[in-house]
Ligand binder design. Structure first.
Ligand SMILES: [Zn+2]
Length: 177
């Protein structure tokens, strides 16, 4: 399978979020019409992800992947169609930017102290400023994908150490939220 990147609209925002968590590059254009998505996909070499069954002739050359059903069904459709462009949890689930690896020193004041002290990878989004780390929330997410896909997803291993609860500071949000 080859790497496929996508563009979609806000009606598939929840699916886009799940796909980003798996490492897929998915742009969301809020309020865009199908024609606008097709034009954007044509310009950027992306595939349009849509529920629409229309495919205007003018854009016949632009690849379109149709999804139906719930978010889990959409995840199965997309993972069967192409490869993600990066590793799981490597993109910001909110804005699609590739996450940056950060040190515990840089994370001071941005993540709970126990998360920084525990060690393990810390990431932040260069676009929206969200911080991400592995913990019980990402384990729940991994379990969701295992159910949705019917097999364990490729997944980064969580750091050993005291478990991290779901209680998050205002600034930090785990990938699953
Ligand atoms: Zn972001």
């Amino acid at each position: 399978m080859t790497v496929v990147t996508y563009v979609t609209d806000a009606s598939l925002a929840q699916l886009a979020r799940r796909l980003r968590q798996l490492g897929f590059d998915v742009q969301v254009h809020r309020g865009a019409r199908l024609e606008e998505l097709l034009e954007s996909a044509s310009r950027d070499g992306r595939t349009v992800l849509t529920r629409s069954t229309r495919h205007p002739k003018k854009w016949a050359a632009v690849p379109v992947l149709r999804v139906a059903g719930d978010t889990a069904h959409g995840v199965r459709t997309v993972t069967a169609y192409g490869e993600p462009s990066g590793p799981p949890l490597g993109r910001c689930s909110h804005c699609n930017a590739a996450l940056r690896s950060r040190s515990a020193f840089e994370a001071h004041g941005e993540v709970p102290g126990r998360v920084a002290r525990r060690g393990g990878p810390l990431f932040s989004c260069p676009d929206c400023g969200q911080w991400f780390w592995l913990g019980s929330h990402t384990e729940q997410l991994r379990a969701w994908f295992e159910t949705a896909l019917g097999r364990p997803p490729e997944w980064p291993s969580a750091p050993t150490g005291p478990p991290v609860t779901r209680q998050m500071p205002q600034k930090g949000r785990p990938p699953g939220q």
